[in-house]
Design a protein around this ligand. Sequence first.
Ligand code: NAD
Ligand code: TYD
Length: 347
Amino acid sequence: MDKNILITGGAGFIGSHVVRLFVQKYPNYRIVNLDSLTYAGNLKNITDIENAPNYHFVKCDIREKAALKEIFIKEAITDVIHLAAESHVDRSISGPMDFITTNIVGTANLLDVARSTWKGDHHIFYHISTDEVFGSLGSEGFFTETTAYDPRSPYSASKASSDHLVSAFGHTYGLPIKMSNCSNNYGSHQFPEKLIPLMINNIKNNQPLPVYGTGANVRDWLWVEDHARAIDTIFHKGKIGESYNVGGWNEWTNLDLVQLLCKIMDQKLGRPEGTSEKLITYVKDRAGHDMRYAIDATKIKNELKWEPTLQFEEGLTKTIDWYLANATWVNEITSGAYQTYYREHYS
Ligand code: NAD
Ligand code: TYD
């Protein structure tokens, strides 16, 4: 094997797409998927590659440093692509501590294990982060790689801390790090606590569509498989020590986006136009709700020749088709604990 790559969080939404891409595209790499399988981790996201000869799953919590060290040595890990995290802003507001222990301490554990295990310069520690570390924009402007950090939720503050630790290990110890900060992803296998799959599920089930505040907040949306391609590009071609912003050039207010989902789903479900829109319900705004995120993805375009490939309406249609065709996947994860979360959060 050319490399033994540890991908953390590979049973989650984005991680499962990254694991699939690497396992299928690089038969000469051994991919070790490390995940603790929280509510957001699901091995059913990757059943199609679970028997591939270059794939191996290890259940481990990145907060357990001694266990990480053992895995690094046993699997002779040469590179890390780090996605494991607590990822949902609303959960970080109701319970910040898991975000602090996993996103900050867990990342520090991985960095310290890599630093103390690796010799030489043929390694890469690639950290996946979010544009939310840059804070909130008004109606103008974009986040670039040099925008000052200004995180405003416990989630974004924990990701900002992990980004700073990654840079610090690069500067201080010469750990060969790379980093990227991406906008909101959408696509198959996303846990239905996030805006798009939650709305798809509720439209399908004729449930209220909870829009926070007035629905005027803006997000930039990127198809998850385009993000996975960006991660592949940065891992192979990005410069050591650099960070790259990844985005879709695709800004939508939440209300416009929910209305578009309603329109596409009315067509798919054979409902008269305008039926699902009637389910839109304005609910109490998120505490500290960031107004607008928008990424300037010029650096990755110019330096690494990466660009998003999929038009939004086409991507949403593919995503809706996937959720409608995978009712069992959805039903399994929306029963039990999800019902309690939903009741507590939205009542
Ligand atoms: P997700 O919540 O769907 O998946 C996270 C995965 O990490 C799960 O499989 C979970 O089991 C695992 N995990 C959580 N805590 C762990 C721990 N202590 N030890 C080991 N594994 C643990 O998240 P996602 O949306 O796929 O996001 C993946 C990464 O990408 C995160 O670092 C997130 O900050 C970043 N990101 C996400 C988005 C987005 O729109 N979803 C955008 C930009 C960046
Ligand atoms: P989300 O998918 O949680 O991603 P993030 O907060 O990381 O951007 O939310 C996207 C946007 O949708 C955000 O502005 C909050 C809003 N939102 C709602 O209006 N209603 C909902 O039920 C959810 C989950 C989100």
